[in-house]
Write a protein that binds this ligand. Structure first.
Ligand code: 3PG
Length: 211
């Protein structure tokens, strides 16, 4: 059977998607996001240092719930577990990834972009899916269109989402959370402007709680 996502993830509402390479930068960045009210963090496996960054945040930032994203190979489930990740996210889904997720027992959010892909994920037992890349694939209207077809499925859209899209997307009944990189602009991270990131996180949390 498929491990279900924890309420701490399904209730997250806004998940910062982080592209990190340096643990010394990752920890203060995560602290700023948590201070701003965003505690569920997805660290993407897109850099050589991503695993070390995830491990550092999981070990050193109280209150952060760390997941690994951009997971594309079955062996990465074990790596995720080893660094203390509590969930994993893929941009898509294959049969091998679905089997590895079940074997690993780690909550898993597989990505889909079409109704057929959603049905394949559904047949594997998944009920919470990442809709990716969300804005390229129709954004809120596309999610609205899928609701009557797939009443048991709830989505976390990511890809191209900005602050101005948050309210509309989170208002959809088949959306449990959304994610993106807009909360951690590359220049702010490079210049270590943690107060700016905390402010962006707080603005986003406020949008989410205002519904
Ligand atoms: C992801 O992996 O979810 C996306 O890369 C996030 O997309 P964004 O950079 O457009 O927010």
């Amino acid at each position: 059977t498929v491990p279900r996502l924890e309420p701490s993830l399904t209730g997250a509402r806004i998940v910062p998607v982080l592209v990190l390479d340096n643990p010394a930068e990752a920890v203060p960045l995560a602290e700023a996001l948590v201070a701003g009210g965003l505690t569920t963090l997805e660290i993407t496996l897109r850099t050589p240092g991503a695993l070390a960054c995830a491990e550092a945040i999981a070990a050193k930032v109280p209150g952060a719930l760390v997941g690994l994203g951009t997971l594309i190979r079955p062996e990465q489930f074990a790596q995720a577990r080893d660094v203390g990740a509590r969930f994993v996210v893929s941009p898509g889904l294959t049969d091998r990834l679905a089997e590895a997720a079940k074997a690993a027992g780690l909550p898993y959010l597989p990505g889909i972009a079409t109704v057929t892909e959603a049905l394949i994920a559904y047949e594997h037992g998944f009920r919470e899916l990442k809709f990716f890349p969300a804005m390229l694939n129709g954004g809120a209207p596309a999610l609205k269109g899928m609701a009557p077809l797939l009443p048991e499925i709830r989505f976390c859209p990511t890809g191209g989402i900005k602050a101005e899209n948050v309210r509309e997307i989170l208002s959809l009944p088949n959306v449990f959370a959304l994610g993106g990189t807009w909360l951690t602009p590359a220049d702010a991270v490079k210049e270590r402007r943690w107060a700016d990131i905390e402010r962006l996180a707080r603005e986003a949390s406020t949008l989410a709680t205002q519904g």
